[in-house]
Design a protein around this ligand. Sequence first.
Ligand code: ARG
Length: 456
Amino acid sequence: MWGGRFAAGPDAIMEAINASIGYDQRMAAQDIAGSRAHAAMLAATGVITDNDAEAIREGLLTVLSEIDNGTFQFSTALEDIHMNVEARLKDIIGEPAGRLHTGRSRNDQVATDFKLWVRDQLDAAEAGLLALIKALLAQAEAGADWVMPGFTHLQVAQPVTWGHHMMAYVEMFGRDLSRVRDARARMNESPLGAAALAGTSFPIDRDMTAAALGFDRPAANSLDAVSDRDFALEFLSAASICAVHLSRFAEELVIWSTAQFRFVTLSDRFSTGSSIMPQKKNPDAAELIRAKVGRIFGANTALMMVMKGLPLAYSKDMQEDKEQVFDAADNWMLALAAMEGMVKDMTANRDSLAAAAGSGFSTATDLADWMVRVLKVPFRDAHHVTGTLVAMAESRGCDLPDLSLENMQGVHAGITDDIFSVLGVENSVNSRMSHGGTAPAQVRQQIARWTEILKA
Ligand code: ARG
């Protein structure tokens, strides 16, 4: 492809390290879309004839159909998707194919193709996140007032509601959604026409190609346009944070589905059995989702390191961007879909949640708050008294509501019968009406807000 400059072909090892066709063929559709936009623009600006542009357009459509139906012969000698497509175009249409690369370089070409590919994946991630959020909202709606233990340090802390717990993940995935949308808005500038690095002397129309490819505008600086991989880094960063969120929820599902917790029952459709232990039902999907952050964040780290210290403008190092992004994207979309499926299918065991909600002295804070509110005791003193009562209940092997009024008055004389009204789990959650709190009325407001957001 480089004509006269070379007397000898590449060493086999050179070809092996150089070629990217093994993976960048995944960008064939984007490459052909970019070439069609470029050819149409070259004709509109009079750089090539309408006849040549028409031959190129027809030829590219033939190439695309060959790739789609699997008859296209990819060649390692032709390095990458760009040269594979162009060489085949030449086979099909002959001389006009040689005019397609006017005012363009593989440097702006690859940046354009890759951006289009990543943009599609951002759209897929948006759809996957929306579906997951909807599944969580349905769970939250069903159990807005189901009580369960809330944890800190994975120790029972205070009772919360199932709906509140589900809505916490809606907030996390909601931030992931906004990161995806931000990244898409920021990346949507066209590199096409930056050429090798300096722009071109041909009278090209970059606004035209940008519009044809759905970009908001051409990238402003040609050096930056061919060397920028921020869009891929942002994609991987957003994916990594989302994968962290997915892993946290997956971990909860793994714990919750154990015989010790029984908070949820995962569906057969998202569980597996054991080849030796007939009783087993394993949460493999949740475990694999938990693990995906490893490769996704690995890709993020890898590309950060590839880009670190690269001088302007294009360097071949940047060819190492694609496999990381492809793998991370595939696994991110799969993890989102698997999580959505699991959440849709899972059953929360209301009775187990309720039984656990009152365990571990979960209403001790309510007792202390009652003393502050009713007896006007300073919170620190109320905390101390309550701690003594918890120790008493623990030594008797009972829960706080099981202590007698006499026992409690032995620790603080001012305590009255009214105390039992706050020791119940339902009362506890109903009282947490502060903005964003766990009271079912608050949770329903959060659900309503998100339902509105999703409609918009
Ligand atoms: N396959 C290359 C890549 O992925 C395309 C750009 C090659 N440009 C160059 N000047 N060799 O980065």
